[in-house]
Design a protein around this ligand. Sequence first.
Ligand code: NAD
Ligand code: UDP
Length: 351
Amino acid sequence: MKIVVTGGAGYIGSHTCVELLENGYDVIVIDNLSNSSFEALRRVEEITGKKVEFHNVDIRDKSSLSGIFKLLSETLLPLSLKDNTAVIHFAGLKAVGESVSFPLEYYNNNITGTINLLEVMKEYGVKNLVFSSSATVYGNPHTLPIKENFPLSVTNPYGRTKLMIEEILKDLHLSDPSWNIALLRYFNPVGAHKSGKIGEDPFGIPNNLFPYIAQVAVGRLPFLNIFGNDYHTEYNREDGTGVRDFIHVSDLAVGHIKALPKLFTNCGVVTYNLGTGKGHSVIELVSAFEKASGVEIPFKIAPRRAGDIAACYADPSKAEKELGWKATRTVDDMCRDTWNWQKNNPNGFRL
Ligand code: NAD
Ligand code: UDP
């Protein structure tokens, strides 16, 4: 079985490639390296002892994309593409703040890129797709934990691209029920592979909590700003900081492996939350990271960040019931593995 992984050199993509290879799948990565390094894929090969086929291609470049699927159809002969391939689609831009400043870039990259990909998949009869969606499509939920059938609402261009793509995929399936599509809504992916060889490596100053803490711990940044300690809903802790459902990236990667067989059961469009079902506050995270690393994390309380919600965590029971998937790694595991990655690679993949 061959799996095309768009965005496979990125953070979640590289961890998913490891799980795919370890589960016997052949992996073809398409990535323009706009937010990643080829070194990540070299390390995927080092971890697994297996080869990754890599194409440095932008998914908006339709003729190159077509060329990759043509080659794939020729190598698979006499097998059909429909029954022997699937696409896991990670490629896209993902920074909320940046999407507010550069909406056209986000719509172009995420929406146009996805439409291009779908057109090429259709042309070659590849109709099995796993799509990276996000808990951001739930907006500010009225109650917790969040179930898949909660109302959807988004507040920024990044979130809108995720919701629009979900809608596009549903329309596509309505028009042609032979498509099988898993919409996976990730909560907060963090952590790194246990080997310490791959992990999150944001360009510039990190936007997200975990890489920020890790860079403070390793001395690249002086202190952490905690955005608000005045969240006092029934779901927040006494410390008043934001609450999120942090999920280990390797658990998330396994979620994709569990979703793949579902595609081959004529599932139509299915939606799953990938989270742990537990909320942790920012302050709890800082303490857990200090314990795992033995390093003090200096922090300052800063004003709330625009657009942040007070608390968010998943009800992941649908994925457990229908896919047999459940996150197993704890917050301590997430902190230990992030620290192992960061201290061994203080400059990420840049040597
Ligand atoms: P990432 O930036 O590390 O990975 C995305 C990869 O896609 C990068 O390697 C980048 O170079 C590539 N890419 C971007 N545009 C491309 C294009 N036009 N053509 C080819 N390659 C392109 O991000 P990630 O954290 O691994 O996220 C993967 C997916 O999961 C994204 O779609 C993201 O929106 C989604 N997601 C991420 C999170 C998160 O917190 N990390 C949460 C929910 C959903
Ligand atoms: N956060 C913080 N300082 C930072 C980055 C994030 O206090 O430098 C908080 C943020 O306000 C939220 C939580 O950490 O409550 C998770 O934020 P992140 O950006 O990692 O993920 P989000 O849930 O916003 O997608």
